[in-house]
Design a protein around this ligand. Structure first.
Ligand code: GLN
Length: 453
């Protein structure tokens, strides 16, 4: 098949089926067909990159030149960036085809995709259930076979948890491995982009196109580009898998635990050894995150003031009115909640009690992982505490929603890579197995996942 044929097929599928899922905010039909034709041209000349002509979709958090980039928010409903994010630029250079921009929680804040200004995404496995969040659109689009792969971002679990809930494979790389330039910032010390795909092999192709040093992002790691497809078939005999006892305690759904345990037994059959490890500060990860992430978000989101770009209220009376009403009307409830929490945590008199404490806890959490990785090669456990829940079930209870990320958040605080891969079903709803790797050990994680798949 030519790229034009495949792209046309997927655009038709999106048009026919996405009314059921709402996984796209914008479909870039014209751009896709132009890129596909150019990719076919390149393919006909031979020597083309692996992703040449492959249609993908980008989470609507990545700036795309000439294409509306909303970040799931009314605030940016009319925002058309004049440039591409580095991640998008990399895919364009590889002649991948952009099908469109995927739905997401507003400013990536959420675990169910219900905070999007464009309405919730529905889980292709059961449309009464959420697909997870914040990259719910990117995960649902892959699960519904509207795109073979998508880009996504993960600040506290937003690649892995939606991957788990939709039976897809998602990987959050080591902090700094992928450039954040042109990716709308939520919590800059935690944000990291990565792929969602149908399996580890496809994820390896996508990740290989995403990584690399970028002088435009000062936190980008100065490491060479890497081909993650090279080690997929290595044997994992002798692999030491750490199983943290804190990840199997209270709060974990029993059926989810059973699927994860079955997967661990499969790894034993492949020659791996299971080693119990302890991550004693696990229960402090969610509270520390919900101080640090909102604090950083409150600073990052101060740029949306109704003056330079984005939403502006009607008939402002003066500058203060312009700021207040533009932000009050442009941001949804969850975003406003985070800004309030973050501003409070950073204010004089509270900074030491909250922000400083949270940073100290972050250090301890990182230490837990460093000690565990002295004994094991990878760590495994559940990605999320239960399978997909019903739309609306946790919407009114922020704390219940925040606990969705209890097993994923610590890796962001530590800067470690983490991935989720399918490991079975419970009542026809997918369960995800999480693999946490050591710093820059993405190739091994993909190898381990590929051997299981
Ligand atoms: N669910 C978490 C939150 O709401 C994580 C989101 C993310 O990783 N972007 O903050």
């Amino acid at each position: 098949f030519s790229s034009v044929e495949i792209t046309r097929h997927l655009l038709d599928r999106i048009q026919q089926l996405d009314g059921n899922y709402n996984s796209f905010i914008t479909v870039t039909e014209e751009l896709a067909m132009t890129q596909a034709a150019a990719a076919d041209e390149r393919l006909s000349k031979g020597e083309a990159p692996a992703l040449c002509g492959v249609p993908i979709a980008h989470k609507d958090i990545f700036c795309t030149s000439g294409v509306r980039t909303s970040c799931g928010s009314k605030m940016l409903d009319n925002f058309v960036p004049p440039y591409d994010a580095t991640v998008v630029e990399n895919f364009n250079a590889a002649s991948a085809v952009t099908l469109g921009k995927t739905n997401m929680d507003e400013f990536a804040m959420g675990s169910s995709n219900e905070t999007s200004f464009y309405g919730p995404v529905r889980n292709p496995w059961n449309t009464d259930c959420v697909p997870g969040g914040s990259s719910g659109g990117s995960a649902a689009a892959v699960a519904a076979q509207l795109a073979p792969g998508t880009t996504a971002t993960d600040t506290g679990g937003s690649i892995r948890q939606p991957a788990a809930l939709t039976n897809t494979t998602g990987l959050k790389p080591t902090y700094g491995r992928v450039s954040r330039w042109g990716m709308i910032a939520f919590a800059s010390s935690l944000d990291q982009a990565g792929p969602i795909a149908r399996n580890a092999e496809d994820a390896a192709y996508l990740l290989s196109a995403m990584v690399g040093h970028d002088p435009k992002d000062s936190t980008s790691l100065n490491r060479p580009v890497q081909d993650y497809t090279l080690n997929l078939n290595d044997s994992i005999a002798g692999l030491k898998i750490g199983v943290p006892k804190e990840y199997f305690g209270e709060g974990l759904n029993a059926d989810t635990a059973a699927r994860v345990q079955d997967a661990l037994k499969e790894f034993e059959k492949l020659g791996a050894e299971l080693v119990e490890v302890s991550l004693p500060h696990t229960d402090l990860a969610v509270p520390a995150y919900y101080v640090i992430a909102p604090a950083e978000a409150s600073a990052n989101l101060s740029r949306f003031d109704g003056v330079r770009y984005g939403y502006r209220c009607e008939d402002p009376q003066d500058l203060r009115d312009l700021y207040m009403r533009s932000r009050g009307e442009g941001f949804g409830d969850e975003v406003q909640r985070r800004i309030l929490v973050g501003t409070y945590a950073l204010s004089a008199g509270y900074y030491d009690a909250y922000y400083n404490k949270a940073q100290q806890v972050r250090r301890l959490i990182k230490q837990d992982f460093v000690q565990a990785f002295e004994k094991v090669d990878v760590i495994m456990g559940p990605t999320s505490p239960s399978p997909a829940f019903a739309l609306g079930a946790k919407k009114a209870d922020p704390v219940a929603m925040y606990l969705e990320d209890i097993y994923t958040i610590a890796t962001n605080l530590a800067g470690l890579p983490g991935m989720s891969l399918p490991c079975g079903l419970v009542n026809n709803l997918p369960v995800g197995l999480q693999i946490i790797g050591n710093y820059l050990d993405e190739a091994r994680m993909l190898n381990v996942a590929h051997q299981y798949q």
